[in-house]
Design a protein around this ligand. Structure first.
Ligand SMILES: Nc1ncnc2c1ncn2[C@@H]1O[C@H](COP(=O)(O)OP(=O)(O)OP(=O)(O)O)[C@@H](O)[C@H]1O
Length: 305
């Protein structure tokens, strides 16, 4: 069942549609990713879901409620991650947790929450003295303190080292496993691939693709990648036959070790093997892999994240 429904949302600033007819729905209990290049309209879109911005057209529903007209009720259902500037530097972790717990009618007990997020030995530490990872864990705690059904996390792991990022991913999975739906805005492909059940790729204000991570990869051209070093150089007509195989999108020239890379589809593999056999060529260091979500993203948006 959909817990978030975004239909035809448009937001215009200075005559420019920064969100241009965005539609998607998020099922209860999933981690739904919003991925896109800088300035694509991701934050504007999720802020419409949070009721912080009013769409110029289209509708948003969170558990059937309008985030603007029913703001108080939606605030109780939806936990949003704060921006760093929204917490006072001198506030201690305990004070922040107590303060935010007081804002909700039925908050969870913050002590076990702090414990789960590894903040118990930091309760007396002032916000300004926390490490980046500890700040992010506190933001997650504050987003969960009202016992929400949905949490919105925007660029949560930006600026974290790889270890802290992985720890945060584990926490996000635990949140989902606890029955909370997660709307996650991210720049990181690895994060999107690892965490998200489905991803909407937003580019220039529009949803250009919406699928599971594996589905997005399949949608990209050249999603099956065959790399091999032929036992003799393939040139002229042999190379032309390779390029003409079913599904081949591109063949990159040999690298320094003589390996070629063919971007094709599942349909390319068997004819590829037959062609080499027919030519009497052995494929050394043969690897057949799927393209990465990174490459799929580039293909879908024509740019880097
Ligand atoms: N209040 C505003 N007034 C004018 N322009 C705005 C406003 N808010 C956002 N924009 C513009 O809308 C576009 C989309 O911004 P948004 O923050 O939604 O993008 P984003 O995809 O979240 O980008 P990033 O990944 O860089 O955070 C940007 O060009 C931004 O400058």
């Amino acid at each position: 069942m959909a817990i978030i429904e975004v239909t035809g949302v448009r937001k215009t600033y200075a005559g420019r549609d920064v969100v241009d007819g965005v539609s998607f729905s998020v099922d209860e209990g999933e981690i739904f990713g919003i991925l896109g290049p800088n300035g694509a309209g991701k934050t504007t879109t999720v802020e419409c879901v949070e009721g912080l911005r009013i769409p110029d057209a289209g509708t948003v529903r969170v558990a059937g409620l309008d985030p603007v007209a029913d703001h108080d009720r939606v605030t109780r259902l939806l936990g949003a991650q704060l921006q760093e500037s929204e917490l006072q530097a001198k506030l201690t972790v305990r004070e922040a947790l107590e303060l935010y717990a007081a804002l909700y009618p039925a908050p969870v007990d913050w002590r076990p929450l702090a414990d789960r997020l590894g903040l118990t030995d930091r309760l007396s530490t002032r916000f300004a003295k926390l490490s980046g990872g500890q700040k992010q864990r506190l933001f997650i705690a504050l987003a969960l303190i009202g016992d929400p059904k949905v949490v919105v996390l925007d660029e949560l792991t930006t600026g974290l080292d790889p270890r802290a990022r992985r720890d945060t991913w584990k926490l996000i999975e635990e949140i989902r496993d606890g029955g909370v739906t997660v709307l996650l805005v991210t720049h990181f492909m690895e994060e999107a691939q690892r965490l998200c059940d489905r991803i909407a790729v937003i580019d220039r204000g529009k949803v250009v693709a919406l699928d599971t991570p594996a589905g997005l990869i399949r949608q990209a051209t050249g999603s099956t990648v065959i790399s091999f070093a032929p036992s003799r150089p393939l040139t002229g007509p042999d190379l032309a036959r390779l390029t003409a195989l079913p599904g081949v999108a591109s063949v990159t020239p040999p690298d320094r070790e003589g390996a070629l890379t063919v971007h094709g589809t599942d349909e390319t593999v068997t004819p590829f093997v037959s062609l080499l056999a027919g030519l009497g060529v052995t494929a050394r260091r043969l690897r057949i892999t799927e393209t990465s979500l990174d490459e799929a993203f580039l293909d879908l948006t024509g740019q880097d994240a």
